[in-house]
Design a protein around this ligand. Structure first.
Ligand code: KMT
Ligand code: NI
Length: 174
């Protein structure tokens, strides 16, 4: 795991886009993001049961696994969105980038590699992309069943209750 400010320069989303300015684990935790490196699946299972996760699935995002729709899927994952539920992402193989919005609405890029695990709070705006390996095998863990749907950023998400609650945690008023 490595986190840094996204450089906002044009070019393929799968390139590192590293501005050279690092983002600390402390700042990530302020945004409500926790991360761990868990080579042992037992640790993932323990965390999931501690936090009351009920569902999980696995996805392989690669041209081999997805064929012709790969490029389209990669673009879709990169649409800025939120979820109404806290979620865990655990990288089983390969790697990728999660970009999350800072307090000032800038992008922080989080580079995840094999056996990195990230917990993302409900209501945070984010997007995902594979890196130049074009290969991410990930476990997605969900607290509940129906809430994992991505809600694309727009007027409806700005006033969404889960977004409002997240903003309160940032401001220390929750
Ligand atoms: C998300 O929430 O944006 C995703 O789950 C992206 C794919 S999982 C590596
Ligand atoms: Ni998402």
């Amino acid at each position: 795991m490595k986190a840094y400010w996204f450089d906002n320069l044009p070019g393929d989303q799968r390139e590192p886009h590293d501005s050279g300015r690092e983002v600390s684990a402390e700042y990530l935790s302020k945004l409500g993001i926790l991360h761990f490196h868990y080579p042992n699946l037992d640790d993932v299972n323990a965390l999931a049961s501690e936090r009351d996760y009920k569902n999980r699935d696995e996805v392989t995002i690669s041209p081999q696994a997805m064929g012709d729709v790969y490029e389209e899927k990669v673009k879709n994952f990169f649409h800025e969105h939120l979820h109404e539920d806290e979620e865990i992402r655990y990288i089983l193989d390969g790697g990728g980038y999660f970009d999350v919005r800072s307090e000032g609405d800038d992008w922080v890029r989080i580079k995840l590699e094999k056996h990195d695990l990230m917990i993302m709070p409900a209501g945070i705006y984010h997007r995902f992309t594979t890196d130049t390996q074009n290969y991410t095998k990930a476990m997605r863990l969900f607290k509940e069943d129906p809430k994992w749907t991505p809600l694309n950023r727009g007027d409806a998400t700005d006033t969404n209750k889960y977004r409002q609650d997240y903003l309160k945690t940032l401001n220390g008023t929750a």
